[in-house]
Design a protein around this ligand. Structure first.
Ligand SMILES: [Zn+2]
Length: 310
């Protein structure tokens, strides 16, 4: 697939801040003329995000902040960066403009997931096909629906680099959220993987995890995972509720089982996944999901308390 030599270092104008699962990775561009940041992490890490950017910019302002998509772990630092860099232009995927302008927390998924995101504004939108200069390099925005219907990824043909957001990780991809609400997502995710396979890539910088060069291997793993989920949509729902509960555990460190039960009764996505796909009462879903996280080593149980475990 790749005609370019593997494992070339990053272009000198590019820095990757590899974060964790609560905060997405941030990619900073320091060009001769302008600076830019792609994605800003989760709200509770916002001060750390600003500090990372400020230290790397060494006195220069941040000129552009762009988001691949508006899940809370990708844009939770937007408000803090806007406060710190008042002249920074914020650019969001075009499909989200109305929801952000009105700060419609239902359309923006924050209410549905129980996640938090400080309100931010935007000055520009980015549509699939748009070309931007980041770090003196030309990057094209490409539509990447599946995980999120309005997500973009950014491709630099000259360098063979893709900022893949949650459309492709080294091992998998983000939850296929639209399917949880009865909308199409598997087909779009498969098409997005096909689109990525047609790019000439030597390096992928994902939204979570380390940058990787074995793009063909990652695509094969992602396709196999997608086939597995698609064969029985309960698998996607089961995975989604585990991921959402783990996210809340990462944020809060511990959560009572009564709260987990309440999530399966009232949280739009978790209760919806239970009713639509998983079946059973909220109590059963809570116990089953908590037990699955404990088995996976992602949580510990102490009586009625579920604790984060890394
Ligand atoms: Zn996402």
């Amino acid at each position: 697939m790749s005609a370019l030599p593997p494992a070339l270092p990053l272009p000198p104008s590019m820095r990757v801040f590899q974060r964790g699962w609560l905060s997405a990775n941030n990619i900073l561009f320091i060009g001769d003329d302008a600076t830019a940041l792609i994605d800003s992490g989760y709200a509770i890490h916002a001060a750390q995000t600003v500090a990372l950017v400020e230290a790397a910019l060494n006195g220069r302002p941040l000129d552009l902040l762009a988001n691949t998509h508006l899940h809370s772990d990708h844009c939770g630092g937007n408000a803090a960066l806007q406060a710190h860099y008042p002249h920074c232009v914020t650019a969001i995927p075009v499909g989200e403009a109305r929801a952000v302008a009105a700060w419609d927390q239902d359309a923006l998924s924050y209410r549905a997931t129980g996640q938090q995101c400080a309100r931010f504004t935007f000055q520009r939108t980015i549509a699939p096909g748009d070309v931007m200069t980041l770090g003196d390099l030309s990057w094209q925005a490409l539509g990447a629906p599946g995980h999120d219907p309005r997500s973009l990824v950014f491709y630099c043909a000259h360098q063979g680099i893709l900022l893949s957001a949650d459309a492709l990780w080294e091992n998998g991809f983000g939850v296929i959220f639209p399917e949880l609400e009865g909308e199409s997502g598997f087909t779009e995710a498969a098409d997005t993987l096909d689109m990525i396979a047609r790019l000439d890539l030597r390096l992928v910088i994902p939204g979570h995890g380390a940058p990787f060069t074995d793009v063909a291997g990652a695509l094969a793993r992602a396709r196999s995972r997608l086939d597995y989920l698609r064969a029985d949509p309960r698998r996607n729902a089961d995975n989604a509720v585990k991921v959402m509960l783990k996210f809340l555990l990462l944020e809060r460190r511990h959560i009572t089982m009564a709260e987990v039960v309440a999530l399966f009764e009232t949280n739009q996505l978790m209760a919806g996944a239970r009713r639509r796909f998983l079946g059973g009462e909220a109590l059963q879903a809570a116990e089953r999901t908590a037990a699955a996280l404990v088995r996976a080593g992602a949580a510990r149980r102490e009586g009625d308390l579920l604790l984060n475990h890394d």
